[in-house]
Design a protein. Structure first.
Length: 113
């Protein structure tokens, strides 16, 4: 075989390899775009079902403020106040739930003890 045949053969093989890699890249891109379309469709179907995020305006809550630069004593006091408020809210919900179900109340919950 002549020397030019080897050059033509390797150029043809390299060209075919580039075409094949391009074809694979095109198929992967098309599959990725199809996946994104399916994701958008699913998100569109789920977004009305989930509804808007509940707002905390109706509750007695405060806006979150990072305590990085707060005085440690103030931070401890805020933590203790919040902990007591959460505990009292849980107690009130428990009393209301048991009252609605007709269940007995704990003396500690109704503050008789």
């Amino acid at each position: 075989m002549d020397w030019w045949f080897w050059i033509v053969l390797w150029v043809a093989l390299a060209a075919l390899a580039v075409v094949f890699v391009g074809f694979l890249a095109y198929r992967i891109f098309r599959a990725f775009m199809k996946t994104l379309e399916e994701f958008e469709t699913a998100a569109a179907k789920l977004s009305p079902a989930l509804g808007p995020a509940p707002s905390a305006e109706g509750e007695n809550s405060t806006v979150f403020q990072p305590a990085v630069f707060l005085d440690p004593a103030v931070a401890r006091e805020q933590y203790a106040d919040g902990k007591a408020a959460r505990r009292e809210a849980r107690r009130a919900r428990r009393v209301a739930r048991r009252s609605a179900r007709g269940q007995r109340q704990s003396l500690h919950d109704v503050k008789l003890s």
